[in-house]
Design a protein around this ligand. Structure first.
Ligand code: SF4
Ligand code: SF4
Length: 429
């Protein structure tokens, strides 16, 4: 009797064989892949990575193989390949599945375990701790700590210096609050505070609520909500991502709202996939799918609802950069452009490769600093070519990455969230 070989992947989060089978190896995705453009290596393309995942299923490569981790880690999870794929391959689910298996299969060093625990367990899910960390880091940046860390030439210190470079000049924190609709109420929504948005870009959360209220939308406070878990899922920490998803679902079930509004594209994409994340949990899968159906990006919601109040005039030459997880993750393209065009006085100029990643990609700019820098340089060059004085986007990672790239290249171009720009236009009006 022949013994059945053990499963090649450690657990049920493994990249689905059905999703892998959808790839017909046509290669249409290759010209859209930023890592393939930089490295020119098949195994650093979507098709090559899918092939690697299949090779593990065929027992020809271990889930703990360093080569597998290397190529999977270099993927941005930007999902541009999904948009390009004529066969509908859901690449984001595949790569996050592969990462979850590598995390379990390959033993981590004590320092790696400590860094992951600090980021994913002690900071991101705890707003107060993350806020304190952000405030101290910004203070350290102002005191020139980045240069000191870089001078040590130690790998960990340089990564910390890279992290400081990304931070904005100041942070603001907000808590979820109820804001009444102006005029006739057209909708009632709850809003995700978010970990980074809530503790660093709190003013953008407040601006989002004000813009919605201006347009007849009541925003209601939601207590007990937490980090969405996108960064955890992105880094292969599926169990932690599921815990956070359950907490958010339970929190938002406490309020009656037409939609759950998110102003961070990465968070919105992850929350729209809570049904997939919890599909194997019988107690939560239906609740997760019902919750996911209510999640809307702020630009998507307002764009579809239509503006009831005309913004005031702003004079600037602006360009729009699509966050990957808005365009490729959520397929939202037209609404943010329509909102931008609705602000009188703006000259909106197109950005070449607006649909290309900026290299932020969750924690990519810290874990893959050299590749992230190459990808960012391409974005900065495209922005500079537009002659715009303002870049508009809708994700905290993109805001920090693009601002840092422009600053380091010596360009005084403002980078702003679309909701902040709309709020500014309403206030001038
Ligand atoms: S997600 Fe982005 S980086 Fe990864 S394979 Fe697809 S296009 Fe390339
Ligand atoms: S992922 Fe899609 S576009 Fe890329 S090779 Fe496979 S089938 Fe073709």
């Amino acid at each position: 009797m022949t013994a059945t070989p053990p499963l090649p992947y450690p657990n049920a989060d493994a990249p689905s064989q059905d999703l892998i089978a959808a790839c017909v190896h046509c290669g249409f995705c290759l010209p859209t892949c930023p890592t393939y453009a930089v490295l020119g290596v098949e195994m650093d393309s979507p098709r090559g990575r899918i092939r690697l995942m299949k090779t593990v299923w065929e027992h020809r490569l271990g889930a703990d193989a360093p080569g597998l981790e290397d190529h999977i880690s270099k993927c941005l999870d930007c999902r541009a390949c999904e948009t390009a794929c004529p066969s509908g391959v859901e690449y984001g689910k595949l790569v996050e599945g592969a990462r979850s298996q590598i995390v379990v299969a390959r033993p981590r060093s004590p320092i790696e375990r400590l860094i992951r625990a600090a980021a994913f367990e002690w900071l991101l899910p705890h707003r107060r701790a993350l806020g304190t960390f952000a405030t101290l880091s910004i203070a350290a940046k102002r005191l020139g700590m980045g240069s000191l860390l870089r001078a040590t030439r130690l790998g960990v210190a340089r990564r910390m210096a890279d992290l400081l470079d990304l931070l904005p000049a100041h942070s603001t924190a907000t808590r979820s609050a109820t804001i009444s609709a102006r005029g006739t109420r057209r909708a009632r929504v709850a809003m995700l505070e978010g970990c980074v948005m809530g503790s660093v870009f709190g003013e953008t959360n407040a601006a989002t609520a004000r813009v919605l209220a201006r347009n007849g939308v009541e925003v209601i406070a939601t207590v007990d909500q937490t980090c969405c878990g996108a960064l955890h899922a992105h880094a292969g920490e599926r169990e932690l991502a599921r815990d956070l998803a359950r907490r958010n679902i339970a929190a938002f079930e406490q309020v009656t709202a037409d939609a759950v509004i998110v102003n961070a594209a990465g968070c919105g994409a992850a929350m729209k996939e809570y049904g997939w994340l919890l599909k194997d949990d019988p107690a939560w899968s239906a609740r997760a799918s019902a919750f996911a159906a209510k999640v809307k990006d702020a630009t998507e919601f307002l764009g579809d609802l239509g503006m009831s109040e005309r913004p005031g005039t702003l004079h600037a030459r602006v360009t729009w950069d699509d966050p990957c997880h808005l365009l490729h993750g959520q397929k939202i393209r037209d609404q943010p452009r329509a909102l931008l065009s609705a602000i009188p006085g703006l000259e909106v100029v197109p950005l070449a490769e607006a649909d290309w990643c900026c290299g932020s990609a969750g924690t990519y700019n810290v874990t893959q600093p050299d590749l992230a820098r190459s990808i960012l340089e391409r974005k900065v060059a495209n922005i500079v070519r537009t002659g715009a004085d303002t870049v508009v986007t809708a994700n905290p990672g993109c805001l920090m990455q693009i601002q840092s790239g422009l600053r380091q290249a010596g360009h005084k171009v403002r980078v702003v969230h679309l909701m902040d720009l709309l709020d500014e236009a309403y206030r001038t009006g």
